[in-house]
Design a protein around this ligand. Structure first.
Ligand SMILES: C[S@@+](CC[C@H](N)C(=O)[O-])C[C@H]1O[C@@H](n2cnc3c(N)ncnc32)[C@H](O)[C@@H]1O
Ligand code: SF4
Ligand code: SF4
Length: 497
């Protein structure tokens, strides 16, 4: 039976964000997204709710009479207008779907590397170094890090005894093939228990291809479906160890292959023996191309690569058939103070625009903020804002230990604990940040989509994953604004009255 129509006063949400975009105004909900464009007349309709306006509830249960009613329905669906007194005081109340999903399994295939990248956040790979020495220097480094934090090959971003022990333990160098299969089985139980029906298995390292045997075993054991879970694969590799077999197998399993290259000229990613890596990486990428793999380039924009990061990375992407370049902007906060938001945004935007001309998209954590705003309550179905390590990801070490990410320092437990792992305090401390940012973010125009700087850096600098690094915030906000302001009406929902 139809509910009787009653009158309800609607007002604009306090979470409404407006931004001029040429002749339109972009509007979205600060926590839920739903980015849309309104022309002047539609904006007037939206703002007519500012001081409250009475609507009949049957407007929302029957078909719209005209375009104005249709617009009002859409504004209400996007929660840009809401019943009076129903503000959204807590993030819980804005939650629409399931936000406990685990959707990414990061497998650390090897804690070793054949490269010596100057800026690597993992520090020297696969060497016997002293945990005690690192722990003794850590307190001091945290004090120094209040002003400056340095990440380079001699100083990883790690910040706990457990993490150092895992990095240097010779028994935690290589994930054995049988162990890999058993870890994935247990991890899939956790994925299922979280309510997710799909997962991305990411082969990571160190250099993951130092352990091809186990990657191959996992691919051939699990394929694209296991126990009702849909499985996709990706890897992040330095690209130097791609054989014909690797390239063919990756193509067969549709593995998304991210090859790390900062620029064709950058000297920051040398081989361990000091030689330039580009010739050998190009050789690998050509093999991937031969088997028509899905290849993306992964470029780090850091203090070390600043001078070399330019349009040439787009030309390289075109040359190797990569339609995407993931740009990891420095995890080191001093980068943002040293170069300044405006210069960083300008540099990146220049390459983004050139990429658009050439059909290559530039993505990264910073770009995901914009992507999530485009959807409506996207966090509920993808499981995370722009950092999967906040609840949506389990990172499994060769010895079966679980961290939230290769960049993180908090040990969560062992993967054989499977579903119990999700109950642990350390997992829950990450999960809590999946949607709810630290209170310092309250009111920020991108609060619902931005998870802040890499949690590894936060642990090192603040000894907490629940901190915010203010030096980076303007960069996130400005690059997001740039993306919104470059939108054309045919690229998203546009309401013209
Ligand atoms: C740590 S590596 C591991 C996978 C593989 N060895 C590789 O180089 O692709 C993963 C990615 O992190 C990036 N990376 C390492 N240190 C970084 C830092 N300090 N800031 C930003 N990105 C960094 C690398 O460029 C690479 O694309
Ligand atoms: S290749 Fe990857 S893991 Fe190795 S040093 Fe470079 S960034 Fe670090
Ligand atoms: S980390 Fe900074 S930019 Fe991101 S939501 Fe918080 S305040 Fe805003």
């Amino acid at each position: 039976m139809n509910q009787p129509s009653v009158e309800v006063t609607y007002t604009t949400s306090k979470d409404l964000v407006k931004l001029p975009v040429n002749k339109h105004t972009a509007v979205y909900h600060r926590k839920l997204g739903g980015l849309s464009l309104l022309n002047e007349e539609s904006l007037r309709t939206l703002m007519s709710f500012e001081k409250g306006k009475t609507l009949k509830t049957n407007l929302f249960t029957s078909e719209a009479n005209d375009r104005n009613d249709e617009l009002i329905q859409q504004l209400a669906l996007r929660k840009l207008i809401i019943p009076e007194n129903l503000s959204f005081p807590t993030n819980q109340e804005t939650q629409v779907g399931n936000t406990n999903l685990v959707t990414v399994i990061q497998l650390v295939m090897a804690n070793a590397c054949n490269f010596g990248c100057t800026y690597c956040f993992e520090g020297v790979q696969g060497q016997e170094l002293s945990v005690d020495n690192h722990m003794n220097s850590l307190d001091e480094s945290r004090i120094i890090a209040r002003d400056s934090i340095k990440i380079d090959i001699n100083d990883s971003m790690y910040a706990s005894e457990e993490r150092f022990a895992h990095q240097y333990d010779p028994k935690n160098r290589h994930m054995k093939d049988k162990a890999g299969v058993s870890y994935v089985k247990d991890a899939l139980k956790a994925v299922k228990a979280s309510g997710s029906s799909n997962v991305m298995i990411q082969f990571f390292g160190g250099e993951p291809l130092l352990n091809w045997k186990t990657i191959n075993k996992v691919l051939n054991t699990f394929g694209h479906e296991h126990d009702g879970i849909d499985i996709q694969y990706s890897t992040v590799t330095n690209g130097s160890l791609i054989t014909e077999e690797v390239a063919e197998t990756f193509a067969n399993f549709n593995v998304a292959v991210c090859v790390s290259v900062d620029s064709p000229t950058s000297p920051s990613r040398p081989l361990k023996n000091g030689d330039h890596s580009m010739p050998i990486v190009m050789d690998g990428v050509r093999k991937l191309q031969k088997y028509q793999n899905r290849v993306a380039l992964n470029s780090a924009l850091t203090s070390s690569t600043w001078n070399d990061f330019d349009r040439s990375i787009v030309d390289l992407a075109v040359d190797v058939g990569a339609s995407e370049i993931g740009v990891v902007v420095d995890f080191d906060p001093t980068f943002y103070t040293k170069f300044g938001t405006e210069n960083i945004v300008d540099k990146l935007w220049n390459v983004i625009q050139y990429g658009r001309q050439k059909g290559v998209i530039l993505t990264g954590y910073w770009h995901q903020i914009f992507q999530v705003i485009l959807g409506f309550d996207a966090v509920s179905y993808r499981g995370f804002k722009n950092c999967s390590a906040k609840g949506a990801q389990l990172s499994i070490e060769p010895n079966g230990s679980v961290f939230s990410c290769k960049a993180g320092s908090t040990l969560m437990g062992k993967i054989h604990e499977a579903t119990n792992l999700l109950e642990s305090d350390s997992y829950q401390s990450h999960n809590k940040l999946r949607r709810n940012n630290p209170s310092i973010c309250n009111g920020c125009e991108i609060e619902g989509f931005c998870a802040g700087l890499c949690l590894g850096t936060l642990e090192k600098k603040f000894n907490s994953i629940g901190a915010v690094e203010p030096a980076t915030c303007n960069f996130y906000r400005e690059i997001t604004k740039k993306h919104i302001q470059s939108l054309q009406p045919d690229e998203l929902a546009t309401f013209d009255l």
